[in-house]
Design a protein around this ligand. Structure first.
Ligand code: AP5
Length: 219
């Protein structure tokens, strides 16, 4: 059983790789972005506030995301957790450490996916996903086999995210450098940090991740 964090800026490929790990290793993906996208459709006041913050590229409050992740962790079973997009701030990292400890689990690896900003812009502005199964595509690097139809589930509900535009991306990147990148030092100091080249082709990134997973000590 391995519990890992995928750490990287918007568009680093966290979701793409997390989906592969779920398929290939039976791990459980805990994506706070997906949880918040679900919450924003709830029609509640909280959902409305979440939508406003996400669309402009800001970070939702620690209190909300910690609550969401704790709820999902309690009900999930699988061959370890992949924390995708969480933690994103130092208080979230402290809260995760405490949650894992309370549940008798350990963190095995924090994998920093390094990608330069120019590539991130190209990746984010070309991304689209299947609204039914969540499969991730790209206009240039990963098109559907049949235009407008998801390869995995056959749905024609292909969508672009409201925050995948140049203006929101600027804010998202700034939030990453200001509030999330300090976690690199935090986890380095704890001895949990591994860094991989996120610029490589998807299969090569998956191989680098597998190498880390297979060498990280088992909890
Ligand atoms: P979230 O959904 O987590 O978005 P993000 O971190 O900005 O990351 P992305 O989903 O944009 O990118 P990714 O790294 O998963 O890349 P992907 O695999 O899709 O968060 C959204 C918002 O929710 C935040 O802005 C914030 O408001 C809020 N939020 C979420 N968590 C929060 C938290 N903990 N605290 C507070 N607020 C929170 O790949 C991108 C594209 O690149 C795809 O098209 C893909 O096909 C392509 N691609 C992937 N890998 C490669 C490769 N190796 N080579 C070429 N192309 C590739």
């Amino acid at each position: 059983m391995k519990n890992i964090i995928l750490l990287g800026p918007p568009g680093a490929g966290k979701g793409t790789q997390a989906r592969k790990l779920v398929e290939e290793r039976g791990m459980v993906q805990l994506s706070t972005g997906d949880m918040l996208r679900e919450a924003r459709t709830s029609g509640t006041e909280m959902g409305r506030k979440v939508a406003e913050v996400m669309d402009r590229g800001g970070l939702v409050t620690d209190e909300i995301v910690i609550g969401l992740i704790e709820e999902k962790m309690n009900g999930a079973r699988g061959a370890g957790f992949i924390f995708d997009g969480f933690p994103r701030t130092l208080p979230q990292a402290d809260a995760l450490g405490a949650m894992l400890k309370r549940s008798g689990r350990e963190l095995d690896a924090v994998i920093e996916m390094r990608v330069d900003d120019d590539a991130l812009v190209r990746r984010i502005t070309g991304r689209f996903t299947c609204g039914n199964c969540g499969e991730v595509y790209h206009d240039e690097t990963r098109q559907t086999a049949k235009a407008g139809v998801c390869d995995v589930c056959g749905s024609t509900d292909l969508r672009r995210r409201a925050d995948d535009n140049a203006e929101s991306l600027k804010v998202r990147l700034m939030e990453y450098y200001k509030k999330t990148s300090p976690l690199i030092g935090y986890y380095y100091a704890l001895g949990d940090l591994f860094t991989i080249d996120g610029l490589a082709e998807v299969g090569e990134v998956a191989n680098s991740l597998a190498d880390v997973l297979d060498q990280a000590p088992v909890s």
